[in-house]
Design a protein around this ligand. Structure first.
Ligand SMILES: Nc1ncnc2c1ncn2[C@@H]1O[C@H](COP(=O)(O)OP(=O)(O)OP(=O)(O)O)[C@@H](O)[C@H]1O
Ligand code: SF4
Ligand SMILES: [Mg+2]
Length: 337
């Protein structure tokens, strides 16, 4: 703990933090310019908790998680500043071999697109067992049985038979379940699920989320859930961070974010989705305009061009962090209710 406090603001360090991300910056160096995909992002996740990351497309949700996993697009993606501590280890200083060990074994990942993440040429059984054999150093037969149990756990009928199927022989919901089973094979301490249900219809979506929750209870995992869907966050997460233009705009408990939002962007997001029963009659209000180009040099608050409360003061510098209540912070210089 002492070594964390060397570089962490004391209030950010929780005794039971599994993951601490501190002032993370990850850039992508393209031929057209530098994309500031993750720009000074900090958060932490306690053991057994679920953290939701929300924000419009291109806000840096996936790149934040790819930074944690050491999987930024190569050779142009680079973590340029900050620290990522997982179980008190600094992930950035791990060798690629050590990171391979951590990925899959200690941190499981469900990628955004199950069709491109599964290998179309390998059976489900092979894809489930290959990492497990390496990480756990067990015989193939043992891995095969464990994989059948895992498919069973994620609700795939006739699991034994499905081990011999190829991804194209499965429905979207089944492929998503297979991805989750692969991520959970080694009982990771942390599961990062990037839009795990976005391609699915609502019923399957609900089943997958229930499944994640029950597996989390059984396996005592922590989860980072990335989603556009605020309803999913409300039903699943304990903590939430709201991202915009590669930055955290607001962070707090689910109740803070849904019932006491402080940042105009969070307020805009909440007004743009269908809400509670009582509000059904209220018309939805989309946020006008588009997120900024992350290659541009953004002065001040990146939400300014779309913000109804913005003025010249907001263009001076990126707003300082402000605390609403313990654990609830936001980056806006105005008091907006
Ligand atoms: N391989 C890449 N090369 C260049 N820029 C990239 C690459 N991948 C992502 N980016 C850029 O990085 C920024 C953050 O992208 P990221 O994928 O993290 O967004 P996101 O919040 O996950 O969006 P979505 O909800 O659409 O998945 C975006 O501006 C995106 O265009
Ligand atoms: S700092 Fe200004 S522009 Fe940015 S969200 Fe707050 S009021 Fe709007
Ligand atoms: Mg993404």
């Amino acid at each position: 703990m002492r070594s964390i406090q060397k570089w962490m603001p004391v209030e950010l360090v929780m005794a039971d933090s599994l993951l601490v991300v501190d002032r993370l910056k990850s850039y992508i160096y393209t031929r057209y310019g530098v994309v500031r995909a993750v720009n000074d992002v900090s958060f932490e996740l306690a053991e057994g908790d679920t953290l939701g990351i929300v924000g419009e497309s291109g806000s840096g949700k996936s790149m934040t998680c790819m930074s944690i996993l050491g999987l930024l697009p190569q050779p142009f993606g680079k973590m340029v500043a900050g620290r990522i501590r997982f179980r008190n280890e600094d992930l950035h200083t791990q060798s690629s071999r050590q990171m391979q060990q951590i990925r899959g074994k200690e941190i499981g990942m469900v990628f955004q697109d199950p069709m491109t993440s599964l290998n179309p040429f390998l059976t489900v059984g092979t894809q489930l067992t290959e990492g497990y054999v390496v990480h756990q150093q067990v015989a193939k037969q043992e891995a095969w049985q464990h994989a059948i149990d895992m498919l069973d756990k994620v609700g795939i009928p006739e699991a034994e038979k499905r081990m011999l199927s190829y991804p194209h022989e499965l429905s979207g919901g089944m492929r998503q379940r297979v991805m989750i089973a692969i991520a959970l094979m080694c009982s990771p301490a942390l599961l990062i699920a990037d839009e795990p249900t976005s391609a699915l219809d609502v019923t399957i979506q609900a089943q997958i989320l229930e499944l994640l929750k029950s597996l989390q209870r059984q396996m005592k995992m922590s989860i980072i859930l990335i989603t556009h869907d605020l309803g999913i966050v409300a039903a699943t997460c304990k903590q939430v961070i709201v991202m915009y233009a590669g930055r955290v705009m607001e962070a707090g408990s689910v109740d803070d974010i849904f019932y006491r939002p402080k940042h105009p962007y969070t307020i805009g997001l909440l007004q743009s989705v269908p809400s509670l029963e009582a509000d059904r009659e209220k018309p939805l209000q989309p946020i006008d305009g588009n997120p900024p180009d992350l290659m541009a040099d953004i002065q001040g608050c990146p939400f300014h061009p779309r913000c109804a409360y913005g003025d010249a003061a907001c263009l001076q510098e990126f707003p300082q962090q402000r605390t609403a209540t313990t654990g609830h912070s936001f980056y806006c210089c105005k008091d907006v209710e």
